[in-house]
Design a protein around this ligand. Structure first.
Ligand SMILES: [Zn+2]
Length: 164
């Protein structure tokens, strides 16, 4: 749990210190024992086109579709097949979409996905299609932590695979 706690702290403090940039999300990847944890943090703007609660029926539809997509991580992420990972937990936090107030006019949506892997040693990459599903999002800044150490990187439409 130490690695995960350190990464959560790093993600939380980077979010607190710097205002997010529209078009760029953050992805934390942690492999610890047989668990693969993905922590996704995306400016709400990049998901639905606004950073406040939905006001119109049309915006409500967009919000529902977005939350549905985030609830299906198999549409967003593909861990290396050799790892034999199966989704075990997921949670989505979208304060502005569920009645919260914006701070400084900005708001993020966070998603956390936990997988259990039969062959965690064979798990050596993650493919994403987040940019395809959410075209406003140009890139994800990646922080990885695993048994062999830490690594940073970037995922975008041209480079959809992060390897370690
Ligand atoms: Zn914003």
């Amino acid at each position: 749990m130490k690695i995960l706690a350190a990464l959560c702290f790093a993600l939380a403090s980077s979010g607190a210190l710097a205002q997010h940039s529209h078009g760029v999300g953050q992805l934390g990847i942690v492999v610890e024992n047989d668990r693969l944890t993905l922590l996704l943090e995306i400016p709400q703007h990049d998901l639905v086109g606004f950073e406040r609660a939905a006001k119109t029926a049309r915006e409500q539809v967009t919000v529902q579709a977005t939350l549905e997509k985030l609830g299906q991580p198999e549409r967003l992420f593909t861990p290396a097949a050799a790892g034999q990972c199966v989704l075990a937990e997921k949670s989505i936090t979208a304060p502005l979409l569920t009645g919260g107030q914006a701070t400084g006019g900005h708001g993020d949506v966070e998603a956390r996905y936990v997988y259990r892997c039969v062959q965690p040693a064979a798990l050596n990459e993650l493919r994403t299609s987040v940019n395809k599903e959410f075209p406003r999002l140009r890139a994800l800044t990646v922080s990885f932590a695993g048994a062999k150490g830490q690594k940073a990187g970037r995922l975008d439409a041209k480079n959809p695979v992060f390897a370690w």
